[in-house]
Design a protein around this ligand. Structure first.
Ligand SMILES: Nc1ncnc2c1ncn2[C@@H]1O[C@H](COP(=O)(O)OP(=O)(O)O)[C@@H](O)[C@H]1O
Ligand SMILES: [Mg+2]
Length: 230
């Protein structure tokens, strides 16, 4: 269980010009083991989203490396990074970002379609079954309740078996009940599918449910507590 799946070293991200530089990240280093559940917490503006986007291959750092499954993300050409990201990173967005013109099943298969791969029907069926979506698969997002939409978004992030699932404040727009339900889904995915998860939150109670809490402050790691292989 202790294989390193992600390793971030000396990550720096600067915005602005020489005269007025903001360091969204400065010298951030840590590793994440396969199958672990890590929360990243910190105040608004502490660099959480920048860190997650950099790890997800969406935002190039100003310095440092992001190694996912032994591959240096930003040493790759852009096109290779895009393909690698699609294959290895799952995202759960705050607004779910389901495609209204696609059915639940098609939404769930979207990462595979983008990767020009045939979806693994056995696995997608298992994910849909475990997330209670089997009877919804031909429906469109507009026909779903909020809870069903979030289950679809989580199913989509799981269905291509990403090396890491990234979630940036996924409960940020949800009421308590839906927020708890989403967290329960992530914990279920972690346990049942052994999904490695990196979750950004500013809610300490949510962070405490993870095996490990990394606290960011002004772009650097203030503390890093808890085991890495829960
Ligand atoms: N595109 C950008 N241009 C300039 N500054 C940015 C940009 N994105 C983020 N920042 C700055 O970087 C810092 C960290 O932002 P962010 O990663 O969004 O923090 P968090 O997600 O913890 O709220 C903030 O000071 C923010 O203003
Ligand atoms: Mg943010």
């Amino acid at each position: 269980m202790n294989d390193t799946i992600l390793s971030v070293s000396k990550l720096t991200k600067a915005y602005g010009h020489q005269t007025s530089k903001t360091y969204a990240l400065s010298n951030v280093s840590f590793s994440v083991s396969e199958g672990s559940f890590t929360a990243i917490i910190g105040r608004s503006g502490s660099g959480k989203s920048t860190l997650l986007n950099t790890i997800g291959g969406l935002e190039a750092p100003s310095g440092g490396n992001v190694i996912v499954k032994g591959q240096d993300l930003y040493a790759m050409p852009d096109s290779a990074r895009t393909a690698f990201r699609r294959r290895n990173i799952g995202y759960v967005f705050q607004f779910f970002n389901l495609i209204p013109e696609l059915t639940v099943y098609e939404n769930i298969c979207l990462p595979s379609y983008l990767d020009r791969k045939r979806p693994d029907r056995n696995f997608t069926d298992q994910v849909m079954e475990k997330l209670g979506l089997i009877s919804m698969q031909e429906k469109y997002p507009a026909e779903l309740s909020g809870g069903e939409q979030q289950r679809t978004a989580v199913a989509r992030a799981l269905a291509h078996k990403p090396a890491i699932l990234l979630a940036d404040e996924p409960t940020g727009n949800l009421d308590r009940r839906n927020g708890d339900e989403l967290m329960a889904l992530l914990h279920f995915s972690h346990r049942f599918f052994r999904q490695t998860i990196l979750l950004v939150t500013h809610d300490l109670e949510i962070a405490r449910s993870a095996g490990r809490i990394i606290t960011l402050e002004d772009g650097h790691i203030l503390s890093d507590v808890g085991g890495d292989d829960l």
